[in-house]
Write a protein that binds this ligand. Structure first.
Ligand SMILES: *[C@@H]1O[C@H](CO)[C@@H](O)[C@H](O)[C@H]1NC(C)=O
Ligand SMILES: *[C@@H]1O[C@H](CO)[C@@H](O)[C@H](O)[C@H]1NC(C)=O
Ligand SMILES: *[C@@H]1O[C@H](CO)[C@@H](O)[C@H](O)[C@H]1NC(C)=O
Ligand SMILES: *[C@@H]1O[C@H](CO)[C@@H](O)[C@H](O)[C@H]1NC(C)=O
Length: 360
């Protein structure tokens, strides 16, 4: 007879391999579910039941797809790298609801309409802001000008964090003293359209602080609770320490708020001279940001603005010249809480709304 036996067996086996190979390739279970299990362990996630597990798994798979697309545009070793983060088990819409401020653009538009033509007194200040020789790189962190990275959790007060951080830095520049100031006071007390954990705007906050000559309390005196509470008037509270308390108040005496589209060189000069600035951004694509310089996938249209952060420096010597940006999503995010955004293209809308302050 013929030696067909082994031949047939071999054929069947190759067939089996092909068959199962194809099956497993098109069966989503294998590697994605493995990845998800790894993710659950790594980020210490727990889901209440199978329904939630499946929802999170679906969102996770969408994140994996997005990550793959976004990483395709990496052009340099130092380009932004995307991967799974603590937020990767959320749908983009959930991320937007929980971490971003959907109404930021509306608030910005309102302010711009209200403020049209009221900029005269800012002329001198603005000239200061943009008039300087340009160092090749600046990192205010290394100067000791900054407090530690904040974590806003699910309180939508990014606007208060970035504004207070910017006031702290301005106070440091003027006095040499780094004093943590109360973000909770802004959450509870700021008016002028600002609304605590439900949202606000850096520029209307600065306007409110100047117009009302608000004494900003030290963070210790008015601690962070990350929820909307009754505004506490602390200025005249206290007995033995009234005098020293009033000495520790910081006030914003002037501010500038403008778009710097096409004027990013001026912004760099401003950061060099006046220190960190508060800015509005579109942070939707930061959901899966691991690190590196963002050059793509970060729309700049004013209608997309949904978050506020702080620019704390820049680097023109880097392979991809970029801003150093402090976020308020804890130290686990990005580069120990910071991220890098390429200079020059209004990426993420980072120069749509730039604000700097003068303080006492
Ligand atoms: C993991 O999460 C549980 C509850 O969600 C918590 O009690 C525990 O401390 C966490 N462990 C770590 C290492 O984060
Ligand atoms: C799973 O948990 C969610 C949230 O607690 C709940 O709304 C839902 O009814 C639960 N589903 C099942 C099948 O138990
Ligand atoms: C990203 O890369 C794809 C092709 O890989 C290209 O079609 C697309 O235009 C790029 N997007 C950006 C924002 O550069
Ligand atoms: C300040 O006043 C409160 C009550 O008004 C009192 O309990 C407290 O002992 C006083 N502190 C000092 C240092 O006098």
């Amino acid at each position: 007879m013929m030696p067909t036996g082994p031949g047939v067996v071999a054929c069947v086996c190759v067939g089996c391999l092909l068959f199962f190979g194809i099956l497993s390739k098109f069966r989503p279970k294998s590697w994605e579910e493995d990845e998800f299990q790894f993710y659950i362990d790594k980020f210490n996630k727990s889901y209440v039941n199978e329904t939630e597990y499946q929802q999170r798994f679906l969102a996770f798979k969408k994140s994996l797809e997005m990550i793959e697309i976004m990483n395709k545009n990496r052009t340099y070793q130092t380009s932004a790298l995307y991967g799974v983060t603590a937020f990767s088990d959320m749908l983009q819409s959930e991320f937007e609801d929980l971490r971003l401020q959907k109404n930021y653009a509306e608030r910005m538009a309102l302010r711009q309409a209200n403020n049209a033509g009221s900029n005269e007194k800012l002329h001198r200040f603005r000239r200061d802001f943009t008039d300087a020789n340009l160092p090749r790189k600046i990192d205010w962190r290394t100067q000791g000008a900054l407090t530690p990275v904040n974590n806003q959790h699910e309180c939508g007060a990014c606007w208060a964090f970035s504004a207070i951080e910017t006031i702290e830095a301005a106070h440091w520049l003027r006095t040499g003293e780094l004093r943590p100031l109360s973000t909770q006071q802004m959450i509870d007390c700021a008016r002028n359209g600002n609304n605590g954990c439900r949202g606000g705007d850096i520029c209307t906050l600065f306007e409110w602080l100047v117009d009302n000559d608000v004494a900003i309390r030290p963070a210790d005196d008015y601690p962070l609770h990350l929820r909307d509470e009754q505004c506490k008037k602390l200025t005249s509270v206290g007995n033995a320490t009234t005098a020293s308390e009033s000495k520790t108040d910081v006030r914003v005496t002037n501010f500038v708020c403008m778009d710097m589209i096409g004027k990013e060189d001026d912004l760099l000069a401003g950061i060099g001279r006046m220190g960190p600035v508060a800015v509005a951004v579109n942070a939707i694509s930061w959901q899966n940001y691991l690190g590196g310089v963002i050059q793509h996938h970060c729309g700049s249209h004013p209608a997309l603005m949904n978050h506020a952060v702080q620019i704390v420096g820049y680097d023109l010597e880097a392979e991809i010249p970029h801003y150093l940006v402090r976020n308020s999503w804890g130290e686990e995010f990005g580069h120990q809480g910071y991220l890098k955004i390429a200079i020059g293209g209004n990426l993420c809308g980072i120069v749509n709304e730039v604000a700097a302050v003068e303080v006492t």
